[in-house]
Design a protein around this ligand. Structure first.
Ligand code: ZN
Length: 77
């Protein structure tokens, strides 16, 4: 059985807060785990906020992985 820490690591890899489709174990875990649901929602919100900031401040110059880098920095500074 997958642990919350493993799910958090998987979720943190995506600025969308979504899990890879092939990680069925993690995808089954999140709906029944309050903490992981909350964490995934927070990651999605950070990714969305980063996207808005990128578009507002650097519409032409921001790198494509800007959102993922912001999430990674916030999760693991
Ligand atoms: Zn969990």
């Amino acid at each position: 059985m997958i642990r919350c820490k493993e799910v958090a690591a998987l979720v943190s890899e995506q600025s969308t807060g979504r899990l890879p489709w092939w990680r069925v174990d993690a995808r089954l875990h999140v709906p029944v785990c309050r903490n992981c649901r909350r964490f995934a929602r927070q990651i999605r919100q950070i990714g969305l906020a980063s996207s808005v900031c990128r578009d507002a401040f650097e519409p032409d110059g921001a790198p494509g992985d800007f959102e993922a880098r912001v999430v990674k920095t916030l999760i693991d500074p």
